[in-house]
Design a protein around this ligand. Structure first.
Ligand code: PXP
Length: 263
């Protein structure tokens, strides 16, 4: 695959791409202000184990991913000939970074400083937001010719129509509310219906259909069964699960170290 290839994005029923959002590795690092855990090691580990893409969100407040991480992750993706997806709000400084780094995908997300994580999708029904996103897309397209752009949106028909007007390459459907309903054991069939309708509409317009936010190995299963998403971006649950998949062996290794003679 060429370094610029963005992979299949619509209409095929091949195995969907798995994009891993490694922001929370940087969250741990920033919590102590140290150089570890390494975002590069995280990206390498994801690729060695089959990830198709690394996703990071460079936030205006730089609460986890830093500017230097963007360059570093881009290099790892190129080395593995895999995809790099940069999530960002429309902000001039970050647009310029995106142009310099030229990822395979940019996913445009809403951003509020006080939010805990990305809440809701981009509100394209708001005329001011729509025109800001339109200008941002034009800015990127003029400067990064092969760039693919996705928009992080709720599966609302009137919002999806706006994404088609913006000629997005893909829409990443916000699965956060669905994932929470699944986690709480609530009935989630209405979400699946809305995702199917969104996918039918977007496929008919030639727009790729991605999914992301709040997903776990449980809540992703009904979506895999629907079979309409060509890409999933999953982060928080993967990093959380990794703690317990790794904690035992780290403790064991340290105890072995304690058992060695050093003098
Ligand atoms: N997709 C988008 C657009 C996001 O903003 C996020 C969270 O940063 C994710 C996917 C991953 O969500 P989670 O960390 O809940 O799996």
């Amino acid at each position: 695959m060429s370094q610029r290839a963005a992979g299949p994005s619509k209409g095929d029923k091949a195995m969907p791409r798995l994009g891993i959002n490694i922001d929370h590795v940087a969250t741990l690092r920033e919590a102590r202000g140290e150089d570890y855990p390494s975002i590069v090691e995280a990206a390498n580990t994801c690729f060695i184990n089959g990830a198709d893409q690394i996703t990071i969100h460079l936030r205006e407040d730089r609460r986890h991913i830093q500017d230097t991480d963007v360059e570093a992750v881009s290099l790892v993706c190129k080395r593995h000939l895999k995809l790099f997806n940069l999530e960002m709000g429309i902000n001039q400084e970050i647009l310029e970074i995106a142009v310099t780094v030229a990822p395979n995908w940019v996913c445009i997300v809403p951003e509020r400083r006080e939010e805990m994580t990305t809440e809701g999708g981009v509100d394209l029904l708001d005329p001011e937001t729509f025109s800001k996103v339109k200008s941002g897309i034009e800015y990127l397209r003029e400067r990064v010719p092969d760039l693919k752009i996705s928009l992080f949106l709720q599966a609302d028909p009137s919002i999806l129509e706006k994404a088609v007007l913006l000629e997005a390459d893909a829409v990443e459907i916000h699965t956060g509310d669905y994932a929470r309903a699944h986690l709480n054991g609530e009935n989630f069939s209405s979400y699946l219906d809305s995702f199917q309708q969104a996918a039918d509409y977007l496929n008919s317009k030639g727009v790729g259909v991605h999914a992301g936010h709040g997903l776990t190995d449980q809540s992703v299963v009904p979506l895999l069964a629907v079979g309409e998403f060509v890409e999933y971006n999953i982060g928080h649950w993967i990093i959380c699960r990794s703690v317990f998949d790794g904690l035992g062996s780290v403790v064991k290794d340290l105890k072995n170290l304690f058992g060695q003679k050093f003098s």
